[in-house]
Design a protein around this ligand. Structure first.
Ligand code: ATP
Ligand code: MG
Length: 392
């Protein structure tokens, strides 16, 4: 937030007073220049972690071996990271060990894209060694340095490029795109958890469709489950603020491979549960949707199933607002409120339990929810006798 930005500037001032140099770097500088919402403000410095810890009273070590210390002195927490270069890369993955350096340019040079490789100084100057500002103006994502070498250092960067397309609506610069196309198969070396994180950011981005298009054009889609090329059109109207909606939609588009997709992308239990529920409700919506569906499912699931139908180009005979309205005005809101249960049925009939109980309860619930019978014991008893005893 704007607040974090101000806090970061105060942290920088203190570091400078202690005789070191410090700047804001990375995504925050990019988003500041774009006047977009800023999430986390990262500070980079030539001071070593130990030196930072001496300047401030209240710090937390999060990744001291990576050079990161969180400073709490000024209010909101600010990550302060020592200028560094990445160590040697193996298997197309980012290395675990890093080397601290005293010069900012070396730190900027290791960053992935020109728009992410700028620094902002305390007095408002922009340090831009790779033409990041111009690329921002032209809405272009361009690798820092030789694209193919950078993607061979860390293949995830290719997917990050696509994710930034989805977030910013930019396009990938031609030679950077060619480099991704050439190295796209290297994405198979990347941990699926990291792929999960990138795609989760993509689902909630403002230009998901452009992102999926870039995923296809870059050939990365050839190495990732989900048949993105085949389903491109079905992503056209997709829009959400919740990552689990994206993961559920991916399942909807690839039903016969659903188990594999959930496994490959390392869905969390919550994401699996959400996807399964939404797909179930989606089927009911297109076939035999009724009041019980409103009752049994969360509003989020109902609305998501509704959105899926719309994005899939199905005609749904009511509006999205209608769902919340109906749900709110159901005669009962939870099972606790239901005046009928198996015990009562057994007491009334003197019969033992069995499948008939579930059948009767389901039918009674439907009758209550549709207003055919009041949710009161006496009325339900009368209804039950009419429905189940007299006719047999
Ligand atoms: P956001 O926070 O919106 O997801 P961001 O640009 O801040 O976007 P982060 O993943 O938070 O992205 O990384 C912060 C900065 O670290 C980036 O702006 C970039 O300069 C650098 N960076 C992150 N990941 C890599 C990478 N794989 N290779 C090179 N530089 C990277
Ligand atoms: Mg960030």
């Amino acid at each position: 937030t704007r607040n974090d930005w101000e806090t970061a500037l105060r942290v920088i001032e203190k570091i400078e007073k202690a005789g070191f140099e410090a700047v804001i770097v990375g995504g925050a500088v990019r988003d500041h220049l774009l006047q977009r919402k800023i999430h986390d403000v990262d500070v980079a410095t030539n001071a070593l972690p130990m030196e930072i810890k001496k300047i401030f009273n209240n710090t937390v070590d999060v990744g001291i071996e990576h050079g990161t210390v969180i400073v709490l002195d000024e209010g909101s927490p600010i990550e302060v990271t020592t200028y560094r270069t990445d160590g040697t890369y193996t298997d197309y993955r980012r290395p675990e060990e890093v080397t601290f350096v005293r010069e900012l340019p070396k730190d900027l040079e290791r960053r992935d894209f020109t728009i992410n490789a700028m620094a902002y100084t305390k007095d408002g100057g922009i340090i831009d060694l790779f033409g990041g500002k111009e690329d921002l103006e032209n809405r272009i994502i361009r690798a820092v340095g030789d694209a193919n070498s950078r993607f061979r250092e860390d293949a995830l960067r290719m997917l990050r490029a696509v994710r930034f397309v989805a977030q910013l609506g930019f396009s990938i610069e031609e030679s950077t795109m060619k480099a991704i196309q050439k190295d796209s198969d290297l994405i198979e070396f990347i941990a699926h958890e990291r792929i999960h994180m990138e795609l989760s950011k993509m689902w909630v981005a403002d230009y998901v469709y452009l992102g999926i298009e870039a995923l296809v054009e870059s050939h990365l889609a050839n190495y990732l489950p989900g048949n993105f090329a085949e389903h491109l059109d079905e992503w056209k109207y997709f829009y959400t603020k919740k990552p689990e909606v994206g993961w559920a939609y991916l399942c909807l588009l690839n039903r016969n491979e659903m188990e594999n997709i959930m496994e490959y992308y390392r869905y969390s239990n919550k994401e699996k549960y959400f996807a399964k529920n939404v797909l179930h409700v989606y089927d009911r919506l297109l076939n035999r949707w009724n009041e019980v569906d409103y009752f049994l499912n969360d509003l989020a699931i109902l609305e998501t199933a509704y959105d899926f139908a719309v994005w899939q180009g199905k005609t749904v005979p009511f509006s999205r607002e209608h769902i919340a309205q109906v749900k709110k005005h159901l005669p009962i809101q939870s099972m606790d409120e239901f005046a009928l249960n198996g015990h009562l049925l057994m007491k009334w009939t003197g019969k033992r339990g069995g499948p008939w109980i579930k059948e009767a309860l389901d039918k009674a619930l439907y009758a209550v929810l549709t207003g055919q019978v009041k949710n009161e014991e006496e009325q339900l008893k009368e209804w039950f006798y009419n429905e189940f005893i007299h006719e047999r």
